[in-house]
Design a protein around this ligand. Structure first.
Ligand SMILES: [Zn+2]
Length: 175
């Protein structure tokens, strides 16, 4: 596997007939099979809550790495939070991750809350009483860490898979 950075995506113009996008079906198949694969690769059963948490944490860390790379590749040199978020919103729409909206941002308290409408992982999910958007949580943490140059942790506080009508994430800046 090549080391992950945005340039490994390559030249999408070569995909002349099918174009540069894939369906959400493929994304979700990959996303959820990856979670199960992590469990089986680690030779742990998914019946135990703590093992499931380890798999979720791994997906979160993948998202965090992706968020950092998105920052590096597309958002370098922006030092105004509003401008950063506006540009990030465009990127997440282009990547079809979802529609980002800042609910609140209090940098003094180190709390930023964002919504993702039409979340690529969550929207349309049946209510299974769980939060499932660990990739997106990580992505938000990674992309905010890149902007703030401080460690950031993000947690999903509303999820379509938990009966909410959108997915919402609370990011906390670590000192
Ligand atoms: Zn969600």
């Amino acid at each position: 596997m090549p080391e992950f950075k945005i340039s490994v995506i390559g030249d999408l113009s070569k995909r002349v007939t099918l174009g540069p996008t894939v369906g959400i079906e493929l994304f979700r198949i990959l996303r959820f099979s990856m979670g199960n694969l992590i469990l089986s690769q680690l030779a742990i059963g998914k019946e135990k809550e703590e093992n499931q948490a380890k798999a979720n944490e791994t997906i979160y860390l993948v998202g965090k790495a992706v968020g950092g790379e998105i920052g590096k590749a597309f958002l370098s040199g922006i030092d105004d939070l509003n401008e950063y978020v506006t540009k990030l919103k465009e990127i997440l729409i282009n990547l079809k991750v979802g529609i980002l909206k800042v609910v609140s941002a209090d940098l003094e308290k180190g709390k930023i809350v964002v919504d993702i409408e039409e979340c690529v992982t969550g929207v349309g999910s049946p209510n299974i009483g769980m939060h499932i958007c660990y990739f997106e949580s990580g992505l938000i943490a990674g992309v905010l860490k890149f902007f703030l140059k401080k460690e950031v942790a993000a947690v999903e506080v509303k999820c379509c898979a938990n009966g909410d009508d959108l997915c919402e994430f609370e990011a906390t800046v670590k000192e």
